[in-house]
Ligand binder design. Structure first.
Ligand SMILES: Nc1ncnc2c1ncn2[C@@H]1O[C@H](COP(=O)(O)OP(=O)(O)O)[C@@H](O)[C@H]1O
Ligand SMILES: [Mg+2]
Ligand SMILES: [Zn+2]
Length: 275
């Protein structure tokens, strides 16, 4: 799916010094003076097309850009943990009510390829509202736009700073083999990711005491760490705020949300493509 270009709200106006294109229409790489930040691109702001044309004329060696960006994005999304249904989520098909749950600055940041500066955001509501797909689609936008911006200029690196965790699967695995190496790896990644998605909190099978549940213990430690490090966590749940607090305790729910209220989608929101 071809996604349109979005200009990041926080970006100053920039003009390509060769063709005059502006960052309203296309990504313009900011000036990077020689000896300045690496990689060196150009001493003047420049668009991708002009950058490559000039570099080729000068006989500079250039990397081979990724030809099929959609395929590349799909591979990255798979690598960070999105399943097939989530990878198929389309930013253009996010239900307006679900979209309204996010501040416009946040969707703009994601769709323009930047991580938003915000505390956690929780999307609550009945199954089929489109919560998971909304987050997945926004993450696709983030990865896609970020890659498209960089592609002409630098070689794309595999995405490693975003993590998608389907909580039901993860919780199940953690309960089965709490001391497994893979669990330790999951935890390490979930702790350090710049952006973590916890999908479907509350859908795990109920255990009487959360305090006795090793998986929820790990989750609590991850959430505490991320909150302290000011790392962004987005999550979805089928529970209300009261139910979440009853299950996980008030302190974890506070840490997950910080400044943002839990956005609860009611029954009016049902995605037309949901079964
Ligand atoms: N943005 C989207 N793009 C494509 N399909 C979507 C989108 N949002 C919802 N859907 C469809 O609706 C179904 C339910 O959405 P989902 O995100 O799984 O709901 P929830 O997580 O709220 O239970 C998905 O399986 C998918 O078929
Ligand atoms: Mg879901
Ligand atoms: Zn140009």
């Amino acid at each position: 799916m071809e996604l349109p270009y979005f200009k990041f709200f926080g970006e100053k106006p920039r003009v390509c010094n060769i063709c005059g294109a502006t960052n309203d229409e296309v990504h313009i790489y900011p000036a990077t003076p020689r000896g300045g930040p690496t990689p060196f691109i150009s001493e003047q702001p420049v668009c991708g097309k002009c950058f490559r044309e000039v570099a080729e004329k000068e006989g500079r060696r250039l990397h081979e850009p990724v030809q099929d960006l959609n395929l590349w994005v799909d591979q990255q999304l798979s690598g960070i943990g999105l399943g097939k249904v989530e990878r198929a989520a389309d930013p253009k098909k996010i239900h307006p009510t679900v979209l309204k749950a996010f501040q416009v600055e946040i969707t703009n940041a994601l769709l323009s390829g930047h991580l938003p500066r915000t505390s956690g955001i929780g999307l609550g509501g009945m199954p089929g509202a489109g919560k998971s797909c909304a987050l997945a689609a926004l993450i696709r936008g983030l990865v896609y736009q970020n890659a498209r911006n960089k592609n002409p200029f630098v070689e794309l690196q595999a995405v490693s700073k975003i993590r998608w965790m389907s909580w039901t699967d993860t919780c199940h695995r953690w309960r089965l083999k709490p001391l497994d190496d893979m669990v330790a790896r999951d935890i390490g990644r979930a702790r350090s990711a710049k952006l973590l998605v916890l999908d479907d909190l509350g859908r795990e099978t109920w255990r009487r005491e959360a305090s006795e549940d090793v998986a929820i213990g790990h989750l609590d430690a991850i959430v505490t760490h991320r909150d302290r490090e000011d790392l962004l966590t987005l999550w979805t749940t089928n529970l209300t705020e009261e139910e979440l607090i009853a299950r996980y305790g008030i302190s974890m729910v506070r840490r997950l949300l910080r400044l943002n209220p839990l956005v609860f989608l009611d029954e009016a929101t049902f995605h037309p493509e949901a079964l």
